[in-house]
Write a new protein. Structure first.
Length: 231
């Protein structure tokens, strides 16, 4: 009886130590378990793994970054918008969706995961942009290709009647231009604001190689088209 308080004290310390050790070990165990889910052939299993890792926080984010070989910035973006992939970002004046920004920023992993989670590839913001428009602006061929594979409309018009090819030409993104043309983009569409074709934008922005590429596919300026129509 004399040693009972001492034994109880030791027991409490050991129990506390066991609880602490369990807590310290439990998170790495969970991270490994959920990371393994990312390699599943089942989409729902993969998405569950992503959700659980994001819920863990920094260690989960790090595991996602390592698994997908992408930046932690991209995973932080994904974590912020994961709960509501089809909701316009409240602070955005044009009511753009997460997929728009992921497409323009070049966040390829985020694009894939958001689409798998249900983000709409042809959703439009208040100025008529689609995610494919934004991928064309950013010059991200791999993202543009993925969006088209998921049924993005190649000739979708924004609020100015500009299609993705207009923006790819404006910025001189030759790889995206080639992809869009391969996927049956209209070559000489005119916007209603400037009446420009993609070639006009390339010329105005002194994108000489882009001009040559477009010319090789039959591109013409608005003035050339107007002249032809009079002949």
């Amino acid at each position: 009886m004399k040693n009972l308080p001492l034994k109880l004290g030791i027991g409490v310390v050991l129990l506390f130590a066991a609880v602490i050790a369990t807590c310290l070990l439990w998170t790495p165990v969970k991270v490994r378990y959920y990371t393994n889910m990312l390699g599943s052939s089942d989409k729902n299993t993969r998405l569950s793994g992503v959700s659980e890792l994001l819920a863990i926080g920094m260690k989960g984010n790090k595991a996602l970054s390592n698994h997908y070989k992408c930046s932690e910035e991209e995973i932080e973006f994904l974590a912020k918008h994961w709960p509501k992939p089809n909701y316009a970002i409240p602070e955005d004046e044009y009511k753009r969706f997460p997929l728009y920004y992921a497409s323009e920023y070049g966040f390829y992993v985020a694009v894939i995961l958001l689409v798998e989670r249900g983000a709409k590839v042809n959703a439009r913001c208040s100025n008529g942009f689609t995610p494919l428009h934004r991928a064309a602006v950013g010059g991200h061929k791999r993202i543009a290709s993925y969006l088209i594979e998921k049924d993005a409309i190649v000739n979708a018009k924004d609020g100015l009647d500009r299609i993705p090819l207009h923006y790819a030409a404006h910025h001189g993104h030759k790889e995206v231009i080639t992809l869009l043309l391969e996927k049956k983009s209209i070559v000489n569409p005119k916007d209603y604001h400037t009446n420009y074709t993609p070639l006009d934008f390339a010329i105005d922005n002194d994108k000489k190689e882009t001009v040559a590429l477009l010319r090789a596919h039959g591109a013409k300026t608005a003035e050339e088209l107007k002249k032809e129509s009079r002949e």
